[in-house]
Design a protein around this ligand. Sequence first.
Ligand code: PA5
Length: 450
Amino acid sequence: MTYVKLNKRFLGERLNARAEELLPQARQHLQKLLEKTCVGSEWTGWWDYPKQRGYALNEEIKRYVEQLDVDYDLVLVIGIGGSYLGTRAVSEALLHTYQSAMDTHQPMIAYAGHHLAEAQLIEVLELLDKRLPLVNVISKSGTTTEPGVVFRIVRNYMEARFGEEEASRRIICTTDAKEGALRLVADQKAYASFVIPDDIGGRFSVLSPVGLVPLALLRLDTKALLDGADAVFAELQNQPAESAVLGYAAARLAAYEADKRIEILATSNPKMSHIVEWWKQLYGESEGKEHKGLFPAGMVYTTDLHSLGQYVQDGVRNLLETFLVIEQDVARRKGIEQRIRVPAQSSKLDQLTYLEGRFVNDINRAAMQGTLLAHYDGGVPCLQLTVPDLSERSLGALFAFFECGCALSAAMLGVNPYDQPGVEAYKKNLFALMGKPGTEALGQKLRERI
Ligand code: PA5
């Protein structure tokens, strides 16, 4: 089954024709990816991960979760970038938005370590106080400042509240097998730990223990997540002449060659907003180098039609817009569809009589269709990506789809998708400004400039 479908009808004739010409190039790069002869091939462990390692690991994680000997009603994930965005994308898409207020018998999830804002950290500590937490600290390098600082604070809290022994049963580390400070701490404290494979970088790691562990702790269907991804990999494994992934990569380059500089990923479901955030990191960090790449921006419609819609319709024409469409976007409770219609009323004052009896989602769909046509008519080339529903399977397919699309897009652009040299600049300055030993001279220079 093809989980992610691509519609290029609204890309425009010229870009469509160019995208067709670029397809053979996309195919060549797919072949290099499969043969492991692409640039950065030592980082392509994410390719075909479900079959290679994911399914076996998933069983191991399930056993671990079943054998946990502490009660918990909150999972706190501490991580930044690729170490938390994928999990957040799934949890926000599939859990109740107001989980903490619902009697769902499913643990809630909270996130920390992805910023350094004290006020919000205080709120996290207050939340921990109200709950029985499990903490999953995730850092591939094990040396990232934000999760490192926050983990130190949370660890202190956990030990003070539960005592060292119980705290150690409530803390799970996901990190490198050998390297990094987090590995040292995990080993010394005998925390349960899961290994992020050497050949998978942060932003490509959602289907590894980085995502599988916290999502399994939430009792989400991680096997279905892997199944969705596996379907995408399996299709590409056969090197098809055409596929949605190949078409997406070719269309992006065609748009870039035609001076488009920003790609907007637009969704009409706020529950997908962190899929968009995950996508932004994947494409921004993978492609934005050597002064190249489409800047990845996100929109949640119809909300953003009342803020940024004006710019998309009428501003600088350097945009490509990709609409993410969910075919069956309906909520279910215990397997039963929940729908809301616009109610009938005797008063006509609100002038909405013509909508009576219509589902809210039908209005949403019409708004998306109208927006697509308006933006296209306004000179924005548009793509549509469609997934069947909002489920683990569809999200897994989207992860694999975008990872493959990103690897091919970056290769076609001529950049290595797997490094991130630009991220180091702020870190160097942060260390110097905070007086890390060995950075005194730079610290002095920076302080003089501020
Ligand atoms: O994609 C990447 O490599 C980065 O975004 C990392 O995920 C992010 O910087 C966090 O790194 P780490 O997991 O080492 O703490």
